[in-house]
Design a protein around this ligand. Sequence first.
Ligand code: ATP
Ligand SMILES: Nc1ccn([C@@H]2O[C@H](COP(=O)(O)O)[C@@H](O)[C@H]2O)c(=O)n1
Length: 220
Amino acid sequence: MVIAVDGPAASGKGTLSRRLCTYYGLSYLDTGILYRGVGWILLSQNLDPRHEEDAARVARAFSLDQIDGADIRTPDVSRASSIVAAQPEVRAALLEFQRDFAAHPPKGSNGVVLDGRDIGTVVCPDALVKLYISASPEERAKRRWLELEKRDNAMGLDAVLEDIRRRDARDSGRATAPMRPATDAHFIDTTTLDADAVFARACRHIDQALGVSGAVPASN
Ligand SMILES: Nc1ncnc2c1ncn2[C@@H]1O[C@H](COP(=O)(O)OP(=O)(O)OP(=O)(O)O)[C@@H](O)[C@H]1O
Ligand SMILES: Nc1ccn([C@@H]2O[C@H](COP(=O)(O)O)[C@@H](O)[C@H]2O)c(=O)n1
């Protein structure tokens, strides 16, 4: 089975996806890693992410081992990833890897969860379950700020919110594979829900799609 999880930055896609994988025995691909990886390589080579030829060349040669141990979660890399993600050639170069992962789940798993921005609309339009996870920009900024604070990042909450708004606008406004819910996606607004409640809602929806009436897990 394929579960597509889309939504804006810091909405909780990764947190939910990892729990779904543990609970249903699925394998996980955080597709943001691919765009972050391309952005990180460009920055580490002092190249401009806006330069489309450089970005496309890096994306075509990209493999996960190139970013082994790299810190791809910095605000600079977030910005760069969103810039390269708007470029059609970068997206085309990274598409096959994602579809291949979805079509060939690692041995022993029951399927896959992919999270990103265009999984339900472009990468896996036939996914059994599509979830769209969102929250207000203010709540997402607070979550990301708390996370960055633990990593000794000195960015203020207002700056994090500004970054999130800018990234949302770029991700949803681009011409190729813009961030948006698939028409058949199940929408979960997590603004006032904790991670347990989000997980329970997602499981309820997935169990319905699977035709099973599982007890809704309180936590996992
Ligand atoms: N429902 C929730 N309530 C409060 N905090 C949450 C919730 N879900 C996730 N978080 C926290 O918010 C932060 C962002 O979550 P997560 O990394 O899962 O988001 P994401 O959508 O995958 O982000 P990105 O798109 O940037 O990769 C993490 O610190 C996580 O622990
Ligand atoms: N399917 C995807 C996944 C990600 N992106 C772009 O990458 C940026 C970083 O993603 P995170 O999930 O790690 O926040 C994101 O802002 C998008 O620009 C994408 O376009 N499609």
